[in-house]
Design a protein around this ligand. Structure first.
Ligand SMILES: *[C@@H]1O[C@H](CO)[C@@H](O)[C@H](O)[C@H]1NC(C)=O
Ligand SMILES: *[C@@H]1O[C@H](CO)[C@@H](O)[C@H](O)[C@H]1NC(C)=O
Length: 538
């Protein structure tokens, strides 16, 4: 054979192979879109309000962002390491209706802080670094055309400084604030008499002060807290401040900051007696100290039935190794794992190989069949990036700033674009089974029964679920206060003209769903409606 005939088949083969690869990629589910080309700030902390606006929050002490405060507004702060007179925004409000951004005024440093919506829809935000270490702030959301802004409380402060703490709303509507750097205690908002309470679990690990930051805190339907740090987890009674039980350790090395994996509590459903926790990914032990940005991350997830008397971790392999992934509870009960990197650790310029592929974790499938690889994005979102479920079923991606200041001439630059990822359930070929929420009460009490009316183009077969999604505070690869509660429902009864009536029962108590505003989705054959906000009250 001559050289040409040797070359041609291999070229042809390459051509067909590349076609196959392209087709396979084109077929991966999910769609990406850029919502805002320049948000002006890189959001390190992100939360969706009941007015369909999104609070974006970075840190002060970071120098010029790319968004100015409103004309004539500046922050004068002698503590600021970079700008003593700072006219740049470090927080902003994003309006989902118009994709517009309004700068907000934050006074003290919110770096690596924590937050949670209170029962009346006010966002409580606590701690940070420097002059923000003990700060308590509130943001009372308003109509998108309003002028609501941050209010920093001056009459009270946290009992202890909290940098890298986790917040979780409790059944009575108060908030527990867990841990923080060199702060192995818990405290509450509103403050309780005994102030900060010792929580030795956080110091009782091999490398205390390492890999125990931003602990994964989940409120179980028993009312107790499942708290995971490093490789360990406990069942904690926040009333008596007692550890009730130690869970077995999770194999595969530490999972919390700076070895960030992520964690979610799977959807609560049926009689709400069971809760399962999933912890996925993380850095290899010690990578943060050695600063080896090319050490492969973990590819394992552990899943445990936290409400069983003697549970063990069931291990699963993700399709990709991943650190700094975000786990987002979708309205269906599936978990989207998105953002992050495949190598390195959490921290400034500590990671490489961005993981552009989201994966879907289908909790109801048998082990081994739960992961599905989705359409990859193009924007690396690593350290200091966030992911939040939106009321229309999309997922909002913001931030990524692996640098200590804003830096754009870098391999992984400060990221100012805001994107949305649409899971496959929003694809055009499913539009005719997508339900529309027609009527739903604005407020319901625990245990109350009520009717929801939906309309669907194609006839409904079987059950239309009504699922309540909380609006968590997303930061550092963990969504504080994230939960999805599936309501007990009747079959959908035809009501004429493609309308259906669904009888629902509100969650029985605040242990299943703490009081507050939830996104109520109707879900028909895995396709969610646009949510309506529902106020759950005692
Ligand atoms: C919501 O609750 C917080 C905390 O109790 C309070 O500070 C705030 O004023 C309340 N907001 C409204 C609108 O009632
Ligand atoms: C804001 O919009 C609402 C309707 O969404 C309207 O009722 C109200 O008057 C507007 N307020 C201002 C200040 O424009």
């Amino acid at each position: 054979m001559d050289a040409l005939s040797l070359q041609c088949p291999s070229l042809l083969l390459l051509f067909f192979l590349s076609l196959i690869v392209q087709c396979a990629l084109a077929q991966l589910p999910g769609m990406w879109e850029v919502l805002v080309p320049n948000a002006g700030i890189a959001s390190m902390h992100t939360a969706v309000t009941r007015f369909n606006t999104v609070v974006l929050l970075d840190r002060t002490n970071i120098g010029p962002s790319r968004k100015m405060l409103l004309k004539g507004h500046c922050r004068t702060n002698q503590h600021d390491a970079v700008l003593k007179n700072d006219c740049y925004a470090h927080s902003a409000l994003f309006d989902l209706q118009t994709n517009s951004i309004r700068p907000l005024m934050i006074l003290t440093d919110t770096w690596c802080s924590s937050g949670q919506f209170l029962p009346n829809g006010t966002l409580l935000q606590t701690g940070g670094d420097s002059d923000g270490l003990k700060k308590i702030r509130k943001f009372e959301p308003c109509e998108p055309n309003g002028s609501c802004d941050w209010v920093e409380l001056n009459h009270i402060e946290l009992a202890e400084g909290r940098w890298y703490a986790t917040n979780q709303i409790l059944p009575d509507g108060s908030v527990i604030i867990v841990g923080g750097r060199a702060t192995n205690t818990v405290e509450f908002y509103p403050p309780r008499k005994n102030g900060a309470v010792s929580f030795p679990f956080l110091s009782d690990m091999e490398d205390a002060q390492m890999d125990n930051l931003y602990p994964y805190v989940h409120l179980l339907p028993s009312g107790h807290l499942f708290i995971f740090a490093n490789t360990k987890a406990v069942l904690y009674d926040h009333e008596s401040n007692k550890v009730l039980r130690n869970y077995p350790p999770l194999d595969g090395g530490p999972r919390n900051y700076p070895s960030a994996g992520s964690s979610a509590m799977l959807a609560l459903q049926r009689d709400y007696s069971t809760a399962e926790i999933v912890v996925c990914g993380g850095a290899q032990y010690g990578v943060f100290l050695e600063k080896t940005t090319d050490s492969p991350a973990h590819g394992t997830c552990g899943r445990i039935v936290a409400t069983e008397p003697d549970p063990v971790w069931q291990m699963e392999d993700m399709p990709f190794t991943r650190i700094m992934g975000d786990m987002v509870m979708l309205p269906t009960g599936d978990v989207l794992i998105i953002n992050g990197a495949q190598k390195g650790a959490q921290g400034f310029e500590m990671a490489s190989n961005p993981c552009l592929y989201p994966v879907l974790y289908r909790q109801d499938q048998p082990a081994g069949l739960r992961f599905m690889t989705l359409n990859p994005g193009t924007v690396p979102r690593m350290y200091h990036s966030t992911a939040n479920l939106l009321p229309d079923g999309r997922v909002l991606l913001a931030g990524s700033n692996p640098h200590i200041f804003y830096k754009f001439d870098a391999e992984f630059p400060t990221e100012l674009r805001i994107e949305a990822f649409s899971p496959e359930y929003l694809s055009a070929d499913r539009a005719n089974i997508r339900p529309t929420m027609e009527e739903m009460p604005e407020t319901v009490r625990y245990g109350e029964t009520f009717d929801v009316f939906v309309s669907v183009s194609l006839p409904v077969v079987g059950i239309v679920e009504i699922n309540l999604g909380s609006a968590p505070f997303a930061t550092h690869s963990f969504s504080h206060g994230q939960r999805l509660v599936k309501l007990a429902v009747t079959s959908a009864v035809p009501d004429g003209n493609g309308r259906y009536k669904i009888g629902c029962t509100a969650p029985p108590n605040g242990m299943v769903a703490p009081p507050g505003y939830y996104m109520a989705f109707a879900v028909n054959q895995g396709v969610p409606s646009v949510a309506r906000w529902i106020h759950l009250i005692a």
